[in-house]
Design a binder for this molecule. Structure first.
Ligand code: HEM
Length: 481
């Protein structure tokens, strides 16, 4: 029997709990802390003693709790279907979720409190809990990777379906990235507790964050884009060398990051900056190349931006039907890609400035949020409202109007978050005072706007879940639409 034949596999139904817990993490901690921090910084309040702990807790929860849990939940559903095999151990999903939720819960509570407790046995317990959170997360992530490897390794004849082949480098990078991040996170939390500090060592913490963003988040979003955007945005199926573009991206990323590792930097203080900018240049160029080949901008008035081969004509009626069923999800996906162009363009600019010796790069904090809030989060909003109803066996989103509100709130949050810190210093010189004040106010409110956008998404998905047929939770789910 050919492994490509359409056999009905006993696939496990979609586990919605990952969606609810990811939204709860974002609303209760990730974006809530963001709202607090942006208010403090934007309105120039004095940051409290726990501010650095809040920064790291916010970063960790946004990465692992918000985007990470969504990646886990959705990949455990769609990857087995792409590989044409059932999930190897569906019961592990509960264990993974349990470990991750308790790990993240301990981290949020412990790391937020640690700066406010005097040295005492109580403080030792809190630091112990923070280290414990790293252990639980490492176990949860290890179990998730083991499950994905077992599942994909279980494809008939060890052969991968064509659906998985092109995105393989991205999936491998994701697995390496998860393990690297979880291991580094535990080591850094242990170092922090050992030295009785309120935050993990900054330089290594930055490397850990870069590992997660560069090896997990961007590769997964690229893989999902290659697989699902042709369907959702009516693009041509990719006939370009997806694997080669992925390898160039990974090569650029490795060069950029390896030379920033403290011992490597100490070994070659002269050459490391040059290599870092070269790696950054290659990475940014490969991202721009990826966007161009994907052809997201080939529809409507931006059509001239994409190659002719990636344009596909379909009846506009189909687009109208999708818009009625899922709201402005296309707007969300296209905005996400516009922010990705801005992020990669900013990195390209910074690398060229660095290589030419001019110190006029764009702040790393702004670029990071262009990727994370602008691209990844808006893409989650867009793909979420388009894909998740189908996974719950519902044919439409509960409120298309709320999707439009999410679109506006999400984009306003990105603009507010990046404009103040993103514009290079000299540019502010010629800008009138009222505009600077406006940018400050926008920054201050950006966290709350982001929180409101996630709330709209969560509410919409919750209402959608109520439309699902009662038997959906127990019936084997079909391949994602
Ligand atoms: C509008 C929403 C957001 C606001 C207002 C916000 C605010 C902040 C602030 C003020 C910092 C500290 C910056 C610094 O120290 O230079 C920060 C750091 C960070 N943020 Fe956000 N953020 C938002 C959204 C996000 C999202 C959606 C993600 C990830 C998906 C994210 C991930 C991070 C990371 C990884 C860090 C660095 C943490 C560290 O240094 O350990 N943020 N954010």
């Amino acid at each position: 029997m050919s492994c490509d034949s359409e056999v009905i596999m006993p696939h496990a139904p979609f586990d919605r709990r990952y969606i609810w817990i990811a939204c709860a993490m974002a609303l209760g901690a990730g974006f809530a802390i963001a709202g607090h921090m942006s208010f403090v910084l934007g309105f120039s309040f004095a940051p409290g003693p726990g501010f650095v702990s809040f920064v790291q807790t916010h970063g960790h929860v946004q990465l692992v709790g918000w985007t990470g849990l969504l990646i886990m939940g959705i990949s455990m559903h769609v990857m087995p279907r792409m590989a044409g095999v059932p999930l190897a151990r569906p019961q592990w999903r509960s264990w993974i979720l349990w470990l991750m939720t308790w790990g993240l819960g301990l981290r949020i509570a412990g790391h937020s409190l640690v700066a406010y407790v005097q040295p005492s046995p109580g403080a030792e317990i809190i630091l112990g809990a923070v280290v414990g959170s790293g252990v639980l997360e490492l176990l949860g992530i290890g179990l998730y990777i083991a499950l994905m490897r077992r599942t994909i390794g279980g494809a008939p004849g060890g052969e991968l379906r064509p659906a998985l082949q092109p995105i393989l480098p991205y999936m491998r990078s994701m697995m390496v990235g998860w393990v690297l991040y979880a291991g580094l996170n535990l080591i850094l939390l242990t170092a922090m507790a050992w030295q009785r500090q309120v935050a993990a060592p900054a330089l290594w913490n930055d490397i850990a964050v870069r590992c997660f963003v560069g090896l997990v988040l961007l590769p997964v979003t690229f893989a999902f884009s290659v697989r699902f955007l042709p369907l959702y945005l009516r693009l041509a199926a990719p006939t370009w060398p997806v694997q080669r573009v992925a390898c160039v991206y990974l090569l650029g990323w490795v060069v950029e990051i390896v030379v920033q590792i403290p011992p490597v930097q100490a070994l070659m203080p002269q050459g490391s900056e040059l290599l870092m900018h070269t790696g950054q240049l290659v990475k940014a160029a490969s991202i721009l190349g990826f966007i161009w080949r994907l052809g997201v901008f080939t529809r409507g008035h931006l059509a001239w931006l994409g190659p002719a081969s990636s344009r596909r004509q379909r009846a506009p009626r189909q687009a109208k039907k999708a818009d009625q069923a899922f709201g402005a999800f296309e707007g969300l996906i296209v905005s996400a890609y516009i922010w990705l162009v801005v992020a990669a363009g900013s990195e390209l600019w910074s690398s060229l400035m660095g290589l030419s010796g001019w110190r006029a790069g764009i702040s790393h904090d702004a670029v990071r949020h262009l990727y994370l809030m602008g691209f990844v989060t808006l893409l989650i909003f867009g793909i979420g409202v388009r894909m998740v109803p189908g996974l719950m066996q519902v044919r439409r989103i509960a409120s298309p109007g709320l999707v439009r509100v999410t679109l506006w709130l999400g984009n306003a949050a990105v603009i507010g978050r990046v404009i103040l810190v993103g514009l290079p210093g000299p540019l502010w010189q010629g800008i009138p005072g009222w505009a600077v004040q406006g940018a400050r106010i926008a920054f201050a409110w950006s966290g709350i706007l982001g929180l409101a956008a996630v709330f709209c998404l969560a509410l919409n998905l919750w209402q959608t879940a109520k439309l699902a047929p009662a038997e959906a939770a127990s019936a084997p789910a079909s391949a994602p639409e």
